[in-house]
Design a protein around this ligand. Structure first.
Ligand code: KG4
Ligand code: ZN
Length: 345
């Protein structure tokens, strides 16, 4: 069976076609596991938002409207299938920017309605976590999942796929947001995470001794706004600019402290919950330093670590399709529901 998924929660327009192996009429979760990604097209809006140093919601929605048909068309042609062959539609419902979400949702509804096929609404955070299962369907459960993106930084206990208990989340900025804001302050470009990663290469991560942020009650919540403020204060006080020779050291130190702060909570959560595996996902999981630190910690804790390949970490429709297949397997009589709505949070 073939699923076409659309993801427009923020500033990437994405569409993917996945083929699930197994019976289309009475699928089971096992039969639909390890689907083939026939296409996963991601059109970034970075150029549109870069002059503003961050996502401008109205421009994001307008850009999705302009490009969604081309992106969906491209996903079909790369997959080598026509719309009449699609058995199931999937679309991100939220959380995200409401205007952006509505573009994808309306487009998905039209297709499902016209072709009389079921449409599955997908939670964006569930999709990020599902990216780990897409490449490793049999990962040992229960698992501890760290989701680090531009809008979210959360830690989950996963009993089984799509069944998550929130253990902790950021009380202020998300980790990706802190990276984006520091990059913006230094006028390095947007999005900040990948730029910082590039410019930090070769830098000494011990040069700037940032303090690891901790929430006062030692809960599993995160906090990045204090760290971000400390970084901005240092930039102001030292006169650091994007041309300073010390830039690489400064950025490497900042990346390092973000990674260490994330892992502090993972360590505490592992001790408290005793999972059988670890998952790292979300856009910031593309970061090489964080991936390395996460793997190092997993070895230390003697647990297998699962980190989606970079393309499946940042926003993409393949992860949305994967959630839809799982939901469909659990509820194969799913009818087309044109009332499903977008939700910003
Ligand atoms: O998951 P995502 O694509 O969108 C949200 O759901 O937010 O994550 C985007 C975030 C941005 O903050 C971006 O700076 C960060 O992921 N990011 C990175 C890297 N690539 C993307 N952060 C650090 N290193 C990277 N290589
Ligand atoms: Zn995301």
């Amino acid at each position: 069976m073939l699923v076409l998924a659309i993801e427009t929660s923020c500033d990437e327009t994405s569409a993917a076609v996945l083929r699930a192996n197994g019976p289309a009429r009475a699928p089971t979760e096992a039969s639909l596991s390890a689907p083939d990604i026939l296409s996963n097209i991601v059109l970034s809006q970075d150029d549109v938002h870069a002059p503003y140093g961050g996502v401008v919601p109205e421009l994001a929605s307008r850009q999705h409207i302009k490009t969604i048909d081309v992106v969906v068309g491209e996903s079909l042609s790369r997959a080598g299938v026509g719309l009449e062959k699609i058995d199931l539609y999937a679309v991100t419902q939220g959380p995200g920017l409401i205007g952006s979400l509505l573009v994808g949702l309306s487009f998905g509804k039209c297709l499902a309605y016209y072709f009389k096929k079921p449409l599955v609404g997908v939670n964006h955070l569930a999709a990020h976590l599902e990216a780990a299962f897409l490449e490793n369907p049999g990962l040992p459960l229960p698992s501890l999942g760290l989701l680090v993106s531009g809008g979210h930084t959360s830690l989950y206990y996963l009993e089984e796929p799509l069944s998550y208990k929130l253990l902790g989340r950021t009380r202020d900025d998300a980790a990706g947001e802190a990276l984006d804001k520091v990059a913006k302050f230094l006028d390095l470009g947007y999005p900040g995470g990948p730029v910082i990663e590039r410019l930090a290469r070769g830098g000494d991560p011990k040069k700037f001794p940032f303090a690891v942020p901790r929430t006062k009650d030692r809960s599993l919540d995160f906090s990045f706004s204090g760290l971000k403020t400390a970084a901005l204060k240092h930039v102001r006080a030292s006169g650091l600019t994007k041309d300073s020779p010390a830039l690489a050291d400064f950025l490497a130190s900042f990346e390092e402290i973000v990674a260490r702060s994330l892992l502090d909570n993972v360590r505490q959560a592992v001790d408290g919950t005793g999972p059988r595996s670890l998952i790292l996902c979300g856009g910031v999981a593309r970061n090489a330093r964080l991936r390395t630190r996460f793997q190092e910690f997993a070895r230390e804790a003697d647990l297998p670590a699962f980190i989606p390949s970079p393309k499946l970490c940042t926003d993409n429709a393949a992860m949305v399709a994967a959630v839809a297949l799982r939901k469909f397997a659990r509820q194969p009589d799913l009818a087309l529901d044109l009332d499903i709505d977008a939700y910003p949070r």
